[in-house]
Design a protein around this ligand. Structure first.
Ligand code: ADP
Length: 716
């Protein structure tokens, strides 16, 4: 298996596989953690739901025991006592609407309720009071005069006689109403008003045999008559008074009667029209009238609801009671009855025996639905619910009764039933699903998540690192094999030419002295080339092993460069090459390792010649600049691409260009130069433009070198 594949394989086996396994375990850990949290959440919310239900239960239980105590109280011996004490509960506890009982005939009574009216046909009428024959005749005569002959004078005198001679209060009151009527018919309105006022004063509570309430009718007649004589203010006073008394259930009326009186009042009020009246005293009644009207609407709806309950609830109560198998401390069934358009929340006790002898009486409570829902339930929920949770309260058929103000469509966590407590509604608790990331971080074991990230990081880092190592290894391997093949070629060609020339000279086959001289030159040049090459390879090997030693001694750069350039010029002159040297007159001495410095300058000049292409000119310079000795070698050859200028100093690196490839080389020259110059605390840079040539610039510090290496040999 190739090396890089093996490295990758080992990496996957040693790092990748464990990482995947650990990652999977971490992921499972997160999942389990999530499931555990969900379970805990459900348990917590179940407890919350239970708490809400038990808070509501406690409220109702308290009320039940209150009512039960009052009913069972031994000191309460009369109905009125009992009703009074029940009234006190209603007053104190807004959760109670009314308290009722079922009698032995399964009739519902609501003793605490004051109804505005009773159902039609339920009014108890007094039996007719008999009067003497002579008075009866006079009464009939009076009616004859009044209705048939329209002789009001005679009618009045007949009625007056009956009135005077009758001792019975009921009869006197009724006759007085006849008298007032006749007075009204005959046009003597002030007399009629007086008579009616007398009736309302002296016979206020009299109810005639036909069920007419004298107090109420006389007042209404007064009101109408005041209006007739344009005494609007008095009329309004009277009418408002009647209206108030009707709202206060002052009169025991059947529904039809109630409606009749209310209608008559409305007609009179319409006639008066206090809104449009300029008299401020009359206009002041406006508010009272509308307040009474509002009160009336509320009272009517309450009356209707209770009457409906009274007439229709028995069946529902009984079946509900039978169905309820709950046994609680109060022996009480809690039922929600939907009858027609009305809903009732009731608590119905089993038979209670008390001091007031009503055998098998079943008492019950009608709860105030609004208070129960909006106060008891809402308070219990608010007390128990954490802020991030919402709720929905539903009837069994799914209809919503209540929701939290902030309800969002989070998923339902728990659904609990009020069964056996109060109405078997469902309470649902919702919570927004946390985001996946959020849950990771909020999780108590978020360590898994970080582990997961860490492993992924290591995995990626390892992958990048090993692939870089592999590709670097590959590159190095390729460079080395390139190096071996070029280096052997480099050695081979000068050796071949040296051998050929030496053989020719040895065999004496070169006749002219001139030619022989030329051959000697070539022999010297080729052997120098071999020497350079060998030096480069050996020095490189030393540097790589860290065994290269530098002996620093004073050197005059000008002289050194003169020597190098003239030797090289000599070597390459037969190619027509021109080597120029420009140096400052006086360049300070510096401390340097002379062979290494010569090798560096030689390498630069060699390169300049090698990569000169068709140009045949190289300029070497030496000068001082700001505390540096600068040595530069400039050619006008093929130049270097910008992206290569950094790489050319790397080991074995050879320019990738076709032109460069035609030139022999080892890729070691510049590496050595750089290492040598850096050992002298100097720098080397290149400025180049492809096609125009390159300038390599070496800078060596003057002062530092003087101070640091003052005559001493430094071993690296
Ligand atoms: P080589 O033996 O290949 O010359 P060096 O280390 O001396 O090795 O140089 C590295 C590379 O730098 C060369 O292969 C060549 O591409 C580029 N190079 C060096 N000197 C010059 C120059 N004067 N002009 C153009 N390219 C150069």
């Amino acid at each position: 298996m190739p090396k890089h594949k093996r490295v990758l394989f080992l990496f996957l086996l040693g790092v990748g596989l464990p990482s995947i396994i650990l990652g999977y375990l971490a992921f499972r850990g997160i999942q389990n953690d999530q499931a555990l949290l969900e379970k805990q959440n459900i348990e917590r919310h179940n407890l919350i739901a239970k708490q809400i239900i038990s808070l509501v239960d406690a409220e109702i239980s308290n009320l039940e025991s209150d009512v039960l105590n009052k009913i069972k109280n031994k000191q309460v011996v009369s109905d009125s006592d009992l009703i009074q004490s029940l009234h006190s509960i209603i007053k104190q506890n807004p959760l109670v609407d009314e308290i009722f009982y079922l009698d032995n005939n399964n009739k519902i009574h609501i003793p605490t309720a004051t109804l505005m009216y009773i159902p039609d046909g339920h009014k108890m009428l007094h039996s007719k009071i008999s009067i003497s024959e002579s008075l009866k005749q006079k009464l009939e005569a009076g009616q004859q005069y009044e209705f048939k002959q329209k002789n009001f004078q005679r009618a009045l005198s007949e009625y007056l006689q009956v009135y005077d001679q009758s001792a019975e209060k009921n009869i006197r009151g009724e006759i007085l109403s006849f008298i007032a009527r006749v007075q009204k018919k005959s046009g003597s309105i002030p007399d009629a008003i007086k008579t009616y006022e007398r009736i309302s004063n002296d016979f206020n509570n009299i109810q005639t045999a036909t069920g007419i309430l004298l107090g109420l009718t006389s007042r209404l007649e007064c009101g109408a008559l005041f209006l007739k004589v344009k005494d609007t203010l008095n009329s309004l006073r009277k009418i408002t008074g009647i209206n108030k008394s009707l709202n206060n259930s002052r009169w025991e009326l059947e529904k039809a009667q109630f409606i009749f009186f209310k209608k008559r009042i409305q007609e009179l009020l319409n006639e008066i029209n206090p809104d449009g009246n300029s008299d401020p005293q009359i206009a002041a009644y406006k508010d009272t009238i509308s307040a009474l009207q509002n009160e009336e609407e509320e009272l009517i709806s309450k009356t209707e609801k209770l009457l409906h309950f009274q007439q229709n609830a028995v069946a529902g109560l009984k079946t509900g009671f039978l169905k309820d198998t709950r046994t609680d401390q109060h022996n009480c069934s809690r039922l929600k009855l939907n009858i027609g358009n009305f809903s009732y929340l009731t608590c119905l006790f089993k038979s209670i025996k008390n001091n007031i002898n009503r055998k098998n009486t079943r008492w019950g409570i009608i709860l105030d639905f609004k208070h129960f829902l909006n106060t008891i339930i809402v308070n219990s929920i608010q007390q128990s619910l954490p802020p991030e949770t919402d709720y929905t309260l539903r009837e069994l058929d799914g209809r919503i009764l209540q929701t939290s103000d902030t309800l969002q469509t989070g998923s339902i966590i728990v659904k609990s039933n009020f069964k056996y407590n109060f109405p078997d509604w469902n309470i649902e608790l919702h919570q927004q699903e946390p985001e996946l990331f959020e849950s990771f971080f909020s999780s108590s074991r978020s360590i898994y998540f970080y582990m997961f990230i860490l492993i992924a990081g290591i995995l990626i880092f390892g992958l990048v690192l090993s692939s870089r190592i592999v590709s670097h290894e590959l590159e190095l391997a390729k460079m080395k094999s390139d190096f071996v093949s070029t280096i052997s070629h480099e050695f081979k060609s000068p050796l071949t030419s040296i051998r050929q020339l030496a053989e020719m000279l040895q065999s004496g086959r070169v006749p002219s002295e001139d030619r022989r001289q030329k051959y000697y030159d070539v022999l010297v040049e080729q052997s120098e080339r071999l020497t350079h090459l060998t030096e480069n390879v050996l020095d490189f090997a030393k540097m790589e092993e860290g065994k290269k030693q530098f002996n620093f001694e004073s050197v005059d750069i000008k002289d050194l460069m003169d020597d190098i350039v003239s030797v090289t010029q000599e070597r390459v002159k037969h190619y027509g090459f021109e080597l120029q040297l420009l140096t400052d007159e006086s360049i300070p001495l510096i401390k340097a390792d002379i062979p290494s410095l010569i090798q560096s300058i030689n390498n630069l000049i060699d390169n300049a010649i090698k990569y000169s292409g068709s140009s045949k000119k190289v300029i070497a310079r030496g000068y001082k600049e700001n505390g540096w000795i600068v040595i530069s070698v400039r050619d006008f050859g093929i130049g270097i691409k910008k992206e290569e200028t950094d790489k050319i100093f790397d080991r074995f690196y050879r320019g990738g260009d076709e032109l460069t490839r035609n030139v022999k080389g080892s890729g070691l020259g510049l590496t050595l130069v750089k290492q040598i110059i850096e050992a002298h605390k100097g720098t080397i840079v290149v400025e180049s433009e492809p096609g125009k040539g390159s300038t390599f610039i070496i800078k060596l510090p003057v002062d530092k070198l003087k101070e640091k290496f003052n005559g001493a040999n430094i071993n690296h």
